[in-house]
Design a protein around this ligand. Structure first.
Ligand code: ADP
Length: 269
């Protein structure tokens, strides 16, 4: 950006002077590119089930019109596709809500141990379907943090659900809650989910929390995934001033840990 400026008196005799300032537009451009990528990905993800729905409607109006069996089957598939779109829209809305409020730390006092139990109960049907045993190792009964109950439920749910979906079918998933000292000496709670499935190759690890990033898109879709879960988890954990750690030994399983700063109970509160 070049702009003319007034000539300082010390430079008498010089008629014109230019001030040149340089702005690095690279970060701004990167944000723009990320936004454009996000819109393109979201549109593509929504278009896929929509195209399937449209195709089945054509078939039901045409070749399958009088075939009761085919109609039944296609309606089932259409229901699944519609549910997938609804899940995707829910995740997109949750992500945008959390992103907008990422700088505001939630303040309600939440005891996380009962939430973890609640999530495991809700996932029992999936665990049964995948023939996975969930082992719960709660080393603390009272673990209070300053947080948002619904958001924390999403974190626990996403991480345990991923362990069930991507861990070895017929295996086990270990869910634990421990207390540890954070780098600054304060107390933090560590919620972790360990599975013994195929794990994640090192090149994928840094990208897992990107929106729509999936190691195997087909596998994720087959499991009803949207590719937004870990991105949402990371944003929620950040909003709670915590950290998300992902470790994996390829071929042996993965461990996802959400470290959340503790809130000491207020005396008499
Ligand atoms: P999705 O909706 O696809 O499950 P996530 O954001 O939750 O999206 O996860 C992103 C990708 O990370 C998944 O598609 C999967 O490839 C990989 N992933 C997540 N959890 C695990 C795990 N426990 N073991 C192996 N891969 C995993």
């Amino acid at each position: 950006i070049i702009s003319p400026i007034a000539v300082p008196t010390a430079f008498d005799g010089i008629d014109h002077c230019m001030l040149m300032t340089f702005h690095d537009l690279t970060p701004l451009r990167r944000v723009e590119e990320m936004r454009a990528d996000f819109v393109a990905n979201a549109s593509h993800e929504l278009r896929t089930p929509l195209a399937a729905l449209s195709g089945f409607i054509d078939t039901l109006q045409g070749p399958a019109r009088d075939d009761a069996k085919a109609r039944e089957r296609f309606l089932g598939i259409m229901q699944n596709q519609a549910r997938r779109m609804a899940r995707l829209i829910d995740d997109l809305l949750s992500l945008s809500r959390v992103e907008l409020s990422v700088h505001v730390r939630p303040e309600a006092r939440v005891d996380i141990a009962p939430l973890i139990r609640q999530v495991i109960e809700g996932l029992e049907a999936l665990a049964k379907e995948r023939q996975v045993v969930i082992e719960l190792d709660l080393q603390l009964e009272a673990a209070t943090i300053a947080g948002d109950r619904e958001e924390l439920l999403r974190v626990f749910e996403n991480l345990i659900e991923n362990g069930l979906k991507y861990g070895a079918s017929g295996g086990r998933v270990v869910v634990s809650l421990t207390s540890a000292a954070a780098a600054d000496g304060s107390e933090e709670f560590r919620f972790s989910v360990r599975d013994f499935g195929p794990g994640i190759a090192p090149e994928h690890l840094p990208r897992l929390t990107e929106r729509f990033y999936r190691v195997d898109v087909g596998d994720s879709r087959a499991q009803g995934g949207t590719g937004l879960g870990l991105s949402l988890v990371k944003h929620i954990v950040n909003r709670h001033r915590g950290r998300l750690l992902i470790e994996s030994t390829f071929g042996k399983g993965a461990v996802f840990t959400a470290c959340l700063p503790s809130q000491k109970p207020v005396a008499g509160g």
